[in-house]
Ligand binder design. Structure first.
Ligand code: CTP
Length: 462
């Protein structure tokens, strides 16, 4: 078990850090300030439970980084010495959660209900996720010298991670609860606001980290340090991406687009020649930038006006902006290569297929019936429509699209196929046509009430 004043303690924060913005080595108070009580209780519970099993446990990764900065992060990423999977099985039972095990990696993920009183962050899933990883002990010599070995295995685990700021741990063992463990000067890098890889092979081990470096740099307003930037350039030059699963790259692209200022991050990717990993013809220029800004403005407009509707996937709109200069074929290939989810793929391709045509038709001068606008826009997703809106260069188009979203998007008629049968019509595919005509009349303001619909039907069939 991890003991206070063990020989490894000097590896904690260095003396020079005393009196800095990280006032104490003990982060308990900061954790209490940053984390809601139920999450804090859960973390303590995990620590106590591991201890009962004779195991040391540590919170690691993004949560530690964020707590040190006074930021909230509910990503419970726990390292357990010995066997995380066995421990995860026990914990799952206690939490009445569900368990996903990755035996090959000695890791497990528990999904459990969000504790009462905790408001899940906007992008979090419906369940609280607890990741557990094993710090392998058996690799080390002198297995009897427990504290050293535990530290060695923890150190090994942390050393395999991406950046120094993500490679710190907080002890969850009761005696040392809240103690921050910083082998690689992560705290110094946090203070100096820099992203530094842990070792020269970091991006070769895992090229998706090239994207992560930029994501953290932009999100935290840090700077990738020159040593790390060189490693990134080297990995891009060696085409390390070709060896990485494309789905993992896709996830990283989406994560970048979900950040607060994705365009800035893309600009940085461009500087480091990373954009070509997505597609060789992707270029950032004034037009793409303008479209990114408009996508965001339109997104805000939509959310303000229709808070009750399905939340929009802003990242899909950004993907449309980013791939705007590519051909339909290129976008189809890109969707296949990165295995975009079906719904994302359909939206991206529909924007590519219909966007230009829709804009052209909506830009037609003179009277264009509301029902015509409806028939153009109704088959498209709201993301596709708003990306068209972002692309629109004339006011007439903007007005027509907004009128559709505000007034006609949700319009419906009372009449159904049953009513048509009750009226004495024989059921068949022509019902769709008849109901469509009644809807068009309503959209064009020719009819309004249920009675009007019936009257209109009578005129249609006689
Ligand atoms: N990690 C890594 N290499 C990767 C991905 C993750 O070393 N390619 C490690 C890092 O230590 C990271 C931790 O795994 O902190 C958890 O990963 P993840 O949840 O993806 O990242 P966070 O750092 O928590 O970032 P975010 O705040 O965006 O969730």
């Amino acid at each position: 078990m991890l003991k206070k004043n063990s020989p490894c303690l000097p590896l904690f924060i260095k003396e020079g850090d005393r009196g800095s913005s990280y006032k104490a080595y003990d982060l308990t108070k900061r954790m209490q300030a940053v984390l809601p009580r139920p999450i804090m209780d859960l973390i303590k519970y995990i620590g106590r439970m591991a201890e009962k099993e004779g195991l040391a446990s540590f919170a690691v990764g993004g949560m530690v980084r964020d707590i040190l900065q006074g930021l909230r992060n509910f990503d419970l990423d726990i390292v357990i010495e010995k066997d995380a999977i066995k421990f995860a099985e026990l914990l799952t039972k206690k939490l009445r959660g569900t368990l996903v095990v990755h035996r090959k990696f000695g890791t497990a993920t528990i999904y459990t209900d969000w504790p009462k009183g905790v408001l899940a962050p906007p992008l979090a899933g419906p369940k609280l996720k607890i990741d557990l990883a094993t710090a392998r002990r058996e690799r080390y010599e002198r297995p009897a010298a427990l504290p050293t070995v535990e530290f060695a295995s923890l150190k090994e685990d942390l050393y395999r991670r991406d950046f120094t700021i993500n490679a710190m741990a907080i002890s969850l063992t009761k005696e040392n609860f809240g103690q921050v463990i910083d082998f690689f000067e992560g705290i110094r890098d946090l203070k100096m606001r820099r992203i530094r890889a842990l070792h020269a092979k970091s991006f070769i081990d895992d090229p998706t980290r090239i994207f992560r470096a930029i994501r953290f740099e932009q999100r935290l307003s840090f700077k990738i340090d020159p040593y790390t930037e060189n490693l990134i350039r080297e990995a891009v030059g060696k085409k390390m991406f070709d060896k990485t699963g494309d789905q993992r790259i896709r996830d990283e692209i989406i994560l970048i687009l979900k950040e607060r200022e994705p365009y800035k991050a893309l600009g940085r990717m461009d500087e480091l020649d990373e954009l070509e990993v997505i597609h060789k013809d992707i270029r950032l220029n004034k037009r793409v930038e303008k479209m990114f800004i408009s996508c965001y403005d339109n997104y805000l407009w939509y959310v303000r006006h229709f808070p009750e509707r399905r939340p929009l996937d802003l990242y899909v709109m950004y993907l449309m902006a980013l791939t705007d200069m590519l051909s339909l074929r290129d976008v189809e290939t890109l969707c296949e290569r990165f295995v975009f989810r079906r719904s994302d793929r359909l939206r991206l391709i529909s924007y590519k297929k219909c966007g230009q045509g829709v804009l052209k038709r909506l830009g037609k001068q003179g009277i264009v019936k509301a029902s015509k606008i409806y028939s153009l826009l109704k088959p498209l997703s709201h993301e596709t429509i708003l990306a068209c809106l972002a692309r629109a260069e004339n006011k007439l188009v903007t007005r027509r699209i907004k009128a559709f979203i505000k007034r006609y998007g949700d319009i419906s008629i009372h009449m159904t196929g049953h009513d048509l049968m009750a009226y004495g019509l024989k059921a068949g595919p022509h019902f769709k046509d008849i109901l469509g005509k009644i809807l068009a009349a309503k959209i064009d303001g020719m009819i309004a009430t249920r009675k009007d619909e019936r009257e209109y039907l009578r005129k249609l069939v006689h």
